[in-house]
Design a protein around this ligand. Structure first.
Ligand SMILES: [Fe+2]
Ligand SMILES: [Fe+2]
Length: 266
């Protein structure tokens, strides 16, 4: 049995050093065997230092994916490559988007990918919503509305394809699969103040491409239990999409990171 602390959208760059230290102690007090983080850890310029600081303080393996904020002031590909290369030299920091399947226990596999709000649900064309992503992530700068949508869709599809590969391996050998991803994969998992997101926010708050892969794989493997842990909307909720597909969305508040859940993994 493994005891895991799950936390999401911790945005460490908004905290003073003593606030970060208090947060690390709060996690340590639960004496976890591992820590899961489902993205929005910091922003690109501070991401490595803050992740390293947190992992050194807690001194347990960290399994994580990245969120949109983690790419701010840089490009997506650059950050992903840097974190992959750097993670290979750091023991205990495992970036799930590039690590492949992790055997947590003989029964349970851990997989994950960043995901992206892929513009496919809700009404992108009519939505007045603009995320800071489009100004602060290089990939989007200078793109018109249609080009942004094409980029969002391509990012979602690439995440889904990567997740499909690793999920295909996992379903053959494990009864339980835990999947970490930043963006909720379903409208039903896109909580906002106790309700599911509306058509203006859904394009940015759901990764439909990943949702399709999860539904297809869960349907095809009814004996395999899938638990998805995500964040991004900063509002919590749980939805049972299928008898064997559970999605938990974590809450968050800027400047006040907290533990979302303690998971006991067999
Ligand atoms: Fe966030
Ligand atoms: Fe986010």
């Amino acid at each position: 049995m493994m005891r895991v602390v799950w936390t999401t959208d911790i945005h460490l760059n908004f905290l003073q050093p003593h606030e970060r230290a208090d947060f690390y102690v709060a996690i340590q007090n639960y004496q976890p065997d591992a820590v899961f983080i489902s993205g929005d850890i910091a922003e690109a310029p501070s991401l490595r230092d803050l992740l390293h600081e947190m992992q050194c303080a807690i001194d347990r393996p960290f399994y994580f994916v990245l969120g949109n904020h983690d790419f701010y002031h840089a490009s997506i590909e650059t950050v992903r490559r840097e974190i992959e290369d750097w993670g290979l030299t750091q023991s205990g920091l495992i970036y799930l988007s590039t690590s492949g399947l992790i055997a947590l226990t003989p029964q349970t596999a851990l997989i994950g990918h960043d995901g992206w709000g892929d513009g496919r649900l809700g009404n992108y064309q009519q939505s007045p919503v603009r995320l800071s992503d489009q100004a602060l992530i290089r990939d989007f700068q200078g793109l018109d509305r249609d080009a942004v949508l094409a980029k969002l869709q391509a990012l979602g599809e690439a995440s889904a394809a990567s997740l499909r590969d690793v999920l295909t391996q996992a379903v053959d050998s494990y009864q339980q699969i835990v999947c970490l991803t930043h963006v909720p994969p379903f409208k039903e998992a896109c909580w906002y103040e106790g309700k599911v997101g509306n058509d203006d926010w859904l394009p940015y708050f759901t990764c439909h491409a990943i949702g399709e892969v999860l539904l297809e794989m869960a349907h095809a493997h009814p004996d395999c239990q899938l638990t998805v842990l995500c964040g991004h909307t900063h509002h919590a909720g749980t939805v049972q999409m299928l008898p064997n597909l559970l999605v938990k969305t974590g809450s968050a508040e800027y400047g006040q990171p907290h533990l979302e859940d303690i998971l006991m993994i067999e």
